[in-house]
Design a protein around this ligand. Structure first.
Ligand code: ATP
Ligand code: MG
Length: 276
């Protein structure tokens, strides 16, 4: 079972969108998947057509030392499954919904023992899911640390802008420090580049810069800026089922990223370029 955290210390760069794109690709490929929404703003939960309740939210599981597999108690099926197959079929896409109930857990100080709460909650789930995607809040507090501790891979999301490149460097440094200081190692890391305009000179420059800085960690292909994303997300619809050539292109890119993640367990070897 691959456990992939999608994180970035910078807000609004597309963490939830990347989580949703990969979830959509996993559903289309028939990969049994659980999305864990650790962001109290719960955008990924909303995008997957799910609403947390006072009983069904991931904060309830993480508020205390949980039993192995405890996340099962709050996992609900996304209506995307019916949208993909018409009848639900045998495909599986579940969500451990995010909500403001997680906010009190997102402290800047925490005990090392707290870091293993999500690890335990996901223990023994390999028969249920092939992939777990964790959408993280845009900070380095306890929830992101819990996600990293549980992950086989951390994907950092970057936009091709100066501030985002700097934010990505900070994120990768933080992952390296976490590796050094924590008893729980992060399996591997990768950088997904989102919102690229292939025709914009500044974007080409920044993608080249990201290639220079992160080399093989850069995940291919890059994701272009496209308004179709906002329409699909606003309708809580998987991008793989949204009509039109733009949606098809985005869907195809997410499928390539997903297959790379699952095939190698490591970031795609190929370097990204703005024109891809
Ligand atoms: N490739 C894209 N093309 C067009 N719009 C995009 C793209 N990626 C993300 N967006 C839009 O940008 C906005 C921010 O994206 P998103 O919510 O995924 O970022 P985030 O990093 O999860 O934000 P936060 O830090 O608040 O959790 C959303 O409205 C989303 O629809
Ligand atoms: Mg988000």
């Amino acid at each position: 079972m691959q456990i992939v955290s999608v994180s970035s210390l910078k807000g609004g760069v597309g963490k939830s969108s990347v989580t949703l794109g990969l979830a959509s690709a996993a559903l289309a490929d028939g990969v049994p998947t659980l999305v864990v929404d650790l962001d109290p703003h719960a955008d990924a939960t909303t995008g997957l057509g799910v609403h947390a309740t006072s009983e069904l939210n991931v904060g309830r599981v993480l508020a205390r030392r949980s039993k192995p597999g405890a996340i099962r108690a709050v996992a609900v099926s996304s209506p995307w499954v019916t949208r993909e197959t018409g009848d639900g079929g045998k495909r599986r896409l579940d969500v451990a919904p995010g909500s403001s109930a997680s906010s009190p857990l997102d402290r800047s100080t925490y005990r090392a023992a707290d870091l293993s709460r999500l690890v335990r909650a996901l223990e023994g789930m390999a028969a249920d899911y092939e992939l777990v995607l964790i959408d993280c809040p845009p900070n380095l507090n306890a929830l992101t640390r819990m996600a990293w501790a549980a992950s086989t891979k951390v994907l950092s999301v970057a936009e091709p802008s100066l501030f985002s490149v700097a934010g990505t460097q900070r994120t990768m440094t933080a992952i390296a420090h976490f590796e050094r200081d924590s008893p729980r190692a992060v399996g591997s890391a990768g950088v997904v580049v989102n919102r690229v305009h292939p025709d914009a000179r500044e974007h080409r420059f920044r993608v080249d810069e990201l290639n220079e800085l992160f080399g093989p960690l850069l995940v291919a292909p890059v994701i272009p800026e496209n308004q179709v994303w906002q329409r699909a997300q606003g309708s809580a619809w998987p991008i793989h089922r949204w009509p039109g050539a733009d949606a098809e292109d985005l869907a195809d890119r997410y499928t390539q990223i997903l297959r790379g993640l699952l095939a190698t367990g490591a970031p795609a070897e190929e370097h990204a370029s703005a024109g891809e």
